[in-house]
Write a protein that binds this ligand. Structure first.
Ligand code: GAL
Length: 739
């Protein structure tokens, strides 16, 4: 009997075990084949499990593919679950229907690398992305589609947006990259911060929002769609928050989770602006505050900011560096104490996950500016967040059976409701490693070539009557557009008899401009991020007879934000006048102007090996220094080691730099950072005006030279300098940890 019973029970056990194994196996297979992503009021649910997700933005074209694996590994080590990126339409479709997904734009490779690292992806398709990216990510050709108006209820725009969005979604599907197909993408975004625009434009904005949501959902990705800063995001799209703080945000339906798509870890740098930084203590505080108020998804914008290579910077006036004071710096090195401090924060949050996902917080007061947020689940998990909002005083609070010291403006995390394992304002000593730029002491041997200013009779110029808008003519193929005309001065003009020359006055929609009169530079003007427009009004030297006026108008990145920014102009739109002639003031706006797109050096491809050998360069004692409009070239061998490299451009003014034919971006160290660089207390509400650095120094002195762009020997370095600088003081530096 006993035996029988025993036998029976052992058979049952075996059957049970087999059944369990089968269950395990089938749920494994199930998870491979049809993983699910859904959501409820608490969190994103992946394969049936609610998750607290920590995410970080890394924009793939802002680093090189060679850097991606390390950046992703550092994000993982830093405690992230998700990598968030925008998709950059103008990089992928440089001309209509001609797609590009190679090199830095190899989106599939990037997503697969994230997958291999075991992380998820939040794909923000946009395709409007803002992001301080040229034209907000829109291809410039899109502006010239007949009848188009961006980001509103407009047929041609919607057709183009749908076509590109579908292209990306289908590409991800074909590569099986959505979570439902076994891939890493758990969420996608349509549009970007359209709410404020909708508020401004009203009805057509509202219908556009509905259309965008429907269109996206119709693409059947199997994963949730989000819309950031979009209070009226239609179901099932989740509206999410962006900002330095989001603790008070609530989604627009009680069945949607509270998510934060952009927690700004710093801010972007503009040429002419001071460099923003944000204290690690305050970022950690903002995250803990969001989580203690029921938030379940936090993304750091940026986790690695990187570089606006080439002419990808938006603006106008966005700097080449997009470092952002992010936890991983522009060069791919961890920024301490930020990276390490946030890693500790993530550990504390993850230890609390079981309680966080299964309970709503109970909030009790611990003092006039102190609170406890306690998450207690039915199954017994308990996590507590003890907060001190006081910006001036640290306090001791009583909680449960314990006493806790809370520094000012801080939150302590107690994953078991007893032990404080982390406080947002206490930075561990382990995170002190600083990085510095160390000169490599190699003198470059430079050669120079002078870019002559063309004149109205230039053979390659096109003549138009009156003044034309810059981007209409250049289609943004170059920053540069020459406006050239001739002015006839009568020998009887009064000013020729010893007076000052007449005053040349004109207005330009931006962004920078050089005035050449008879081949001589007679002035330079430029705007700034606050006001890209500029006026020139100066006496100019004219002679009797024909005078050649050549105005070089320079664009410094197309706008990336603002209602209908596609309609904003650049270049000289007039009037252009000469005052102080015998006749009084002469308006020369309406006469014939000759136009030439780009520089001669650009047409000759001087930045490449073949191109640069097509002209005569001078060197040695003939080397031209401190002269505007000069090209420089040199060759160099790669320094050993694998530390990141940069160029110290502080001796130069403004222009562009290429290594082996690849543009490392616009340089503009001549634009000195204005503004105030006061002290930086971590406590109190952060704004991007707080904690600025570099006042009185160039906004950007160093320019990242990706290691993978450099060969062991014979590297061609080319600089085009608009203002005039001393190339002999350009230095190659390496970025190294200084203990
Ligand atoms: C947000 C925008 C981002 C980026 C950020 C500032 O409003 O969504 O794309 O522009 O501001 O860095």
């Amino acid at each position: 009997m006993w035996d029988k019973h025993n036998m029976l029970s052992s058979t049952t056990t075996r059957a049970n075990m087999l059944f369990m194994l089968w269950l395990l196996f089938s749920s494994w297979v199930f998870s491979l084949v049809s993983a699910t992503v859904s959501y409820d009021s608490k969190a994103i649910i992946i394969n049936g499990r609610r998750r607290i997700l920590l995410s970080g933005s890394i924009h793939y074209p802002r680093s090189t593919p060679e850097m991606w694996p390390d950046l992703i590994a550092k994000a993982k080590e830093g405690g992230l679950d998700v990598i968030q990126t925008y998709v950059f339409w103008n990089g992928h479709e440089p001309s209509p229907g001609k797609y590009y997904f190679e090199d830095r734009y190899d989106l599939v490779r990037f997503v697969k690398l994230v997958q291999q690292a075991g992380l998820y992806v939040n794909l923000r398709i946009g395709p409007y992305v803002c992001a301080e990216w040229n034209f907000g990510g829109f291809p410039v050709w899109l502006k010239y589609v007949r009848g188009i108006a961006f980001r509103t209820d407009n047929g041609p725009f919607k057709a183009a947006m749908q076509k590109f969005t579908a292209k990306i979604v289908n590409m991800m599907k074909a590569e099986k990259l959505f979570q439902t197909q076994g891939g890493p993408i758990i969420m996608a975004q349509i549009e970007n911060e359209f709410g404020p625009v909708e508020w401004e434009i009203g009805a057509p904005g509202k219908s556009y929002t509905k259309w965008a949501a429907q269109m996206a959902v119709g693409l059947r990705t199997g994963v949730p769609w989000i819309m950031c800063k979009q209070d009226d995001a239609p179901d099932p799209v989740i509206n999410t928050c962006n900002g330095f703080y989001c603790e008070n945000f609530t989604p627009n339906a009680k069945y949607k989770p509270k998510m934060w798509t952009e927690n700004w870890t710093g801010w972007f740098t503009e040429f002419g602006g001071a460099v923003p930084t944000r204290p690690a203590e305050d970022i950690a505080f903002s995250v803990a505050r969001f989580i203690q108020n029921g938030g379940s998804f936090v993304n750091y914008y940026m986790y690695h900011g990187g570089t606006n290579f080439g002419r990808t910077a938006g603006g106008p006036f966005i700097a080449t560096s997009y470092d952002y004071d992010a936890p991983i710096d522009e060069y791919g090195l961890t920024r301490e104490p930020k990276w390490g401090h946030l890693r500790e924060l993530h550990k504390a949050i993850k230890s609390s996950e079981a309680a966080l996902v299964s309970a709503y917080p109970t909030v009790t007061s611990l003092g006039s500016k102190q609170e406890a947020h306690v998450f207690k689940s039915k199954s017994g998990a308990c996590a507590a967040f003890l907060a001190n909002y006081d910006t001036r005083y640290s306090v001791k609070v009583k909680f449960g059976n314990g006493q806790y010291d809370l520094p000012r403006w801080s939150i302590s995390i107690l994953p078991d409701c007893k032990t404080a394992v982390f406080n947002t304002a206490r930075i561990g000593g382990a995170h002190s490693s600083k990085k510095a730029m160390v000169p490599l002491n190699r003198a470059f041997s430079w050669q120079s070539y002078n870019e002559q200013s063309p004149t109205a009779d230039d053979r390659e110029a096109t003549v138009h009557n009156g003044l034309w808008e810059q981007i209409y003519l250049t289609r943004d193929a170059s920053d540069y557009l020459w406006y050239m005309t001739d002015v006839k001065i009568d020998p009887n003009e009064g000013f020729l008899k010893g007076g000052q020359g007449p005053i040349l006055t004109f207005w330009s929609a931006g962004h920078a401009l050089h005035v050449f009169i008879n081949g001589q530079l007679s002035g330079t003007v430029y705007g700034g991020l606050d006001n890209p427009k500029l006026t020139f009004s100066n006496n100019v030297k004219l002679r009797a007879g024909i005078n050649r006026i050549s105005l070089l108008s320079v664009a410094v990145g197309l706008p990336n934000v603002g209602t209908h920014f596609e309609t904003w102009n650049a270049g000289i739109l007039g009037p252009v006048t000469l005052k102080g002639l015998n006749e009084g003031t002469r308006d020369i706006s309406k006469q014939n102007w000759s136009y030439k797109i780009g520089l001669k050096g650009e047409a000759l491809n001087l930045h490449t090996v073949t191109g640069s050998s097509s002209v005569e360069w001078v060197q040695g004692s003939q080397l031209v220094k401190k002269q505007p409009m000069t090209w420089y070239k040199t060759t160099f061998n790669a320094p050993g080691g694998n530390e990141p490299l940069a160029l110290d451009m502080s001796s130069m003014g403004k222009g562009q730099v290429w290594i082996n034919g690849q543009s490392i971006g616009r340089h503009w160290p001549g634009y000195i950072a204005r503004g105030s660089c006061g002290d930086c207390d971590y406590a109190g509400t952060y704004t991007d005006k707080k904690c600025r650095t570099n006042c009185g120094e160039p906004s950007q002195r160093w320019y990242h030279v990706p290691r993978s762009w450099v060969k062991p020997s014979g590297n061609l370095l080319v600089v085009f300098e608009e203002w005039g600088g001393d190339p002999t003081r350009i230095a190659l530096v390496k970025r190294t940890a200084t203990a």
